[in-house]
Design a protein. Structure first.
Ligand SMILES: Cc1cc2nc3c(=O)[nH]c(=O)nc-3n(C[C@H](O)[C@H](O)[C@H](O)COP(=O)(O)O)c2cc1C
Length: 507
């Protein structure tokens, strides 16, 4: 016989169970009636209650796919193999893997480096030297590193993220590009070199009418840490569209730095009102260089036919000192804090196509030495960075690679202020996970490992340092399955295509 207290407990549990079953049946019945009578969702109307699981699984799938289902080389924008390479490098675990490559080497366009039978010995190898940018500016910049941090605005990025990047950049001896959100104490705190980006809204150097304030520009330029100015014409993820910062990310502090009202979404104009054609563009570049005394370049994603040719012609007519000191060429598949998918997906050439083309056009016009090329767009692992240097880049800028080094897990929530790793959110509770002192080490370790492994590729190709890599050191897989030297591929479109009358150059 069971004691009385056990019988009482069993009876209560039975009643609770029956109550829970009844409540569950009631909830299902309510959902059934709601689903069958609503008209907005066809699946729920046709499959009441069960149809709700589709939404649940779609949401959960986004989180679990990368852990359980996606293969190592499958995901976009970056696959697991690429992300893990950055994570390991950021922890100082080196870029070494085992057993064999998981990378397919047959897809068209795959780059294969041409190894030398006689690679350099330890003593034959070298690090890259400083490279001068802006010889005609009053204060040219001798840039120490071929690898640097791409523009990501404070606003898109959180304060601890910018602080970590600043400290990490200083440790690694690389520059930090501010992106279009202006300059803050967080950018300066590590003591790294700074490239100040002037976006179309001129955040940080903006006058009351939204134009360029020469006084503010002079004040920024007077800072020793600020080495160059980058005038953003376009960005790979959203060519033809200005920056977007959602209202929830325009905090008091960010509004103050940008010179805009807090709590209201901030949209930059689609282009600089001052630069409607090539003449105005060169005038504006010259003006910024004159006022600041520092090198000035332009950032863009390549699209329209003929534009670069006519720009180069105009530069030669005016004299080479009038040229932008650098071109930052961004890839059509570049990243962003927020952009319309309509532009992100299919507008603007990828860096694979545009970089060799621009290098060829500059060479054709004899401007290779005058205008430095900075390339960006998924150049976060050694093979892609080395490819870019071989294809004609003097420097590379990397954005999302450095976000991974800060702990980004590719949650793709940069536009929602809910980034789970604190990299792109202004919520203090989520920023807790990102400790700038700790992440700065990771930023520096990643930069150093990436540089070191680009050097390893260069040495394997028999040259002493990465900038010695040339197109002939890379072969690209063709549709017939065989590879062809990049040197033998003509990336520059024929003259008649470059200036097609039905697609006139802008300018
Ligand atoms: C969160 C985020 C913010 C960005 N903000 C800017 C910006 O303010 N200005 C800009 O020119 N590009 C911006 N970019 C684009 C990067 O500078 C870079 O051009 C692009 O992401 C391609 O490089 P990646 O593949 O190394 O990231 C941003 C990118 C990301 C991911």
């Amino acid at each position: 016989m069971l004691p009385n207290w056990a019988i009482d407990t069993l009876s209560i549990l039975t009643q609770l169970f029956i109550f829970a079953l009844g409540a569950a049946a009631l909830v299902v019945a309510i959902f059934f009636i709601i689903d069958i009578s609503q008209t907005r969702d066809a699946i729920r109307r046709n499959y009441p209650v069960v149809g709700r699981f589709r939404g649940l699984f779609t949401t959960l799938g986004e989180f679990f796919r990368q852990y359980f289902f996606a293969m190592d080389r499958e995901e976009l924008p970056f696959n697991r193999a690429e992300r893990e390479w950055v994570y390991r490098s950021s922890k100082g675990e080196g870029g070494t893997i085992a057993f064999g490559s998981t990378k397919a080497l047959t897809p068209v366009g795959t780059a294969i480096f041409v190894n030398s039978p006689y690679p350099g010995l330890e003593g034959d190898t070298a690090h890259t030297e400083c490279l001068k940018i802006g010889p005609f500016a009053r204060q040219p910049y001798d840039a120490p590193s071929f690898l640097n941090i791409s523009g990501m605005s404070y606003g898109a990025l959180s304060r601890p993220a910018v602080r970590a990047l600043s400290r990490g950049a200083a440790k690694a001896g690389i520059w930090l590009n501010t992106g279009e959100g202006g300059l803050s104490d967080a950018h300066l705190e590590g003591g790294c070199d700074i490239v100040f980006q002037i976006g179309t809204a001129k955040y940080g150097v903006r006058n009351a009418e939204g134009g360029l304030s020469d006084e503010k520009l002079k004040a920024v330029a007077s800072l020793e840490q600020v080495k160059m100015f980058e005038l953003k014409l376009s960005q790979g993820a959203k060519p033809g569209k200005g920056g977007i910062l959602p209202a929830e990310k325009v905090t008091e502090e960010i509004a103050d730095i940008r010179g805009i009202p807090a709590g209201i979404a901030s949209h930059s104009p689609n282009r600089h009102p001052e630069t409607g054609n090539n003449q105005e563009l060169l005038d504006f570049v010259g003006h910024i260089r004159e006022v600041s005394g520092k090198p000035v370049g332009i950032k863009f994603v390549v699209g329209a036919y003929g534009w670069l040719d006519t720009l180069c012609e105009e530069i030669k007519t005016r004299g080479i000192e009038s040229a932008p000191d650098f071109f930052t060429i961004d890839s059509g598949d570049g990243g962003t804090g927020a952009a319309p998918m309509a532009l992100m997906d299919n507008v603007g050439l990828t860096i694979r196509e545009s970089l060799p083309m621009v290098a060829g056009i500059l060479s054709h016009h004899g401007l290779t030495e005058r205008i430095r090329i900075i390339a960006s767009g998924k150049l976060l692992i050694p093979s892609s960075a080395a490819w870019a240097l071989a294809a004609g880049a003097d420097f590379i800028q990397c954005g999302r690679g450095f976000m991974f080094s800060l702990g980004c897990i590719q949650a793709m929530k940069c536009h929602m202020n809910t980034c789970p790793t604190g990299v792109t959110t202004h919520k203090k509770s989520l920023q807790r996970g990102l400790v700038p002192q700790d992440k700065a080490e990771k930023v520096a370790l990643y930069a150093n490992t990436l540089r070191e492994h680009v050097e390893i590729i260069a040495h394997s190709c028999g040259v002493s340092e990465p900038r010695q890599l040339k197109p002939m050191h890379v072969r690209l897989v063709q549709a017939n399955g065989r590879s062809k030297s990049m040197d033998d591929l003509n990336f520059i479109p024929p003259k008649e295509l470059r200036g097609r009358p039905d697609f006139p150059a802008q300018g």
